[in-house]
Design a protein. Structure first.
Length: 441
């Protein structure tokens, strides 16, 4: 994964603006007099087997006010204050989205949020829709020198991601556009339709040396808007034509659309694919990654790719201690049943604005788990929400991280998920001709 840790627009449809000093902290402990009530039971929730006393109980609704049981409440649980609840975008407006709010990015001198001016004008605001803006970059290949990554170059066909995964570590990159890492990241997107042309131009440079290009390490190349724009397919076509190695990471079953190109690349050891699995619980997946493919669709994609002879692995990512870690073995078993012979994992990462966005989501949907989940995450990060140290940011440290690592290793050994794929070939690369005249020779 790339470690671009940077943030989406604050003013998307509000009835009024409140300007305050910008602060990176969205969630904070509320007083006992202002706790958010959350029912202890959620009728109809199908609990996956293996979840015991630490079960996940989503809150089907919420109200701001004093909880009847607040005098005996667990002090580790941090509830939303009335002020935070007022900042939250109405559920009807953000249906199908992951983030709860749309606060300004960290580079903005002021923080703008929606508020109720007493005229109930927020009720008249339209539902937040997806808007796509065309981006015209000068180059498409991004380079990195991170010592803990297996690639030194990558391509991102899109900026922002409609999947809306609340834990996505790429959310802060929207701040470079003056937008918010919250709802803007998943609704105000940027497409790069010239990506294939730019790629061919860069590959044709006399000094270019082929190495694997990673795609999907920041935002998903197969997110829903790819159905219309087809930028990823154009990029894959260039890579197949020039016989250039590529590694793809996605959580979308839309990748099966390009099975013909993937087969051609796989025949010459030029491609690997990783599909991320987070949970088998459809209810949890719907709130945590609302517009991504369902767990069953991802498993079906794994099976189809494996049967087609594509080197494919299951990426258990992210693992959220206290919320999804109890599913680790079941996820690996499901992947093995789909024909996968290789797996990896990444611990949840909460850089910059992602931490308050995730906390806000956790307080709203799984308030009973909040204290436990955040405590375990902080145990893996040296007492902080996140530690970006090289070599530790992907796996964490401490007893919780060590236990997860050991459980993963034992499960992979039992299920035969330790296969190593052959290195991708670079000797087959065909440099494209530069310019129309040269292409005629």
């Amino acid at each position: 994964m790339s470690d671009a840790e940077l943030p989406p627009d604050p003013t998307g449809g509000v009835s009024g603006d409140v300007a305050r000093n910008a602060s990176p902290t969205l969630a904070r402990p509320a007083s006992r007099e202002a706790r958010l009530e959350a029912p202890l039971e959620a009728p109809g929730l199908r609990r996956p087997s293996g979840i015991n006393a630490s079960d996940r109980r989503p809150a089907p609704h919420k109200r701001v006010g004093r909880s009847p049981s607040s005098t005996g409440a667990d002090e580790a649980t941090q509830w939303l204050s009335p002020e935070d609840a007022a900042v939250e975008i109405a559920p009807d407006r953000r249906r199908g989205r992951g983030a709860q709010s749309n606060r300004s990015g960290r580079f903005e001198p002021e923080q703008r949020v929606a508020f109720d001016d007493g005229w109930d004008s927020r009720d008249d605001l339209e539902r937040i829709g997806t808007r796509v803006q065309i981006e015209k970059p000068k180059r498409i290949i991004t380079r990195n020198t991170s010592p803990d990554l297996s690639f030194d170059r990558s391509i991102n066909p899109y900026r922002g991601c409609e999947h809306g995964c609340v834990y996505c570590f790429a959310r802060p990159t929207h701040a470079y556009m003056g937008l918010s890492p919250g709802l803007d990241f998943e609704s105000r997107l940027f497409a790069k339709p010239d990506a294939a042309k730019l790629l061919e131009l860069e590959l044709s440079a006399p000094g270019y040396r082929p190495r694997m290009i990673a795609i999907g390490t920041n935002t998903d190349p197969y997110q829903p808007i790819e159905r219309h724009h087809k930028i990823m397919r154009d990029v894959l076509s260039v890579l197949a034509r020039t016989r250039h190695p590529v590694g793809i990471v996605t959580k979308s079953s839309l990748i099966l659309r390009d099975l013909d190109l993937l087969k051609a690349l796989a025949a010459d050891d030029l491609v690997t694919v990783a599909i991320s699995l987070t949970t088998l619980d459809r209810n949890l997946a719907r709130t945590m990654e609302p517009r991504a493919s369902t767990p069953s669709k991802r498993l079906a994609a794994l099976k189809a790719l494996a049967e087609a002879g594509i080197p494919v692995s299951a990426m258990i990512a992210p693992i959220v201690p206290g919320l999804t870690d109890m599913e680790l073995e079941r996820l690996l078993e499901a992947a093995a049943s789909a024909g996968v012979t290789r797996a990896g994992y990444i611990l949840i990462r909460l850089p910059l604005e992602v931490a308050p966005i995730f906390k806000e989501w956790l307080q709203v949907h799984y308030p009973d788990c909040y204290g436990k989940v955040m405590a375990q995450i902080q145990v893996t990060r040296g007492g902080k929400d996140y530690d970006a140290a090289w070599g530790q940011r992907m796996r964490g440290e401490g007893p919780v991280a060590t236990l997860i690592k050991r459980r993963f290793e034992l499960a992979c050994k039992r299920l035969g998920l330790g296969e190593r794929y052959r290195p991708l070939r670079t000797d087959l690369f065909r440099r494209p001709a530069r310019g129309r005249q040269l292409s005629l020779l």
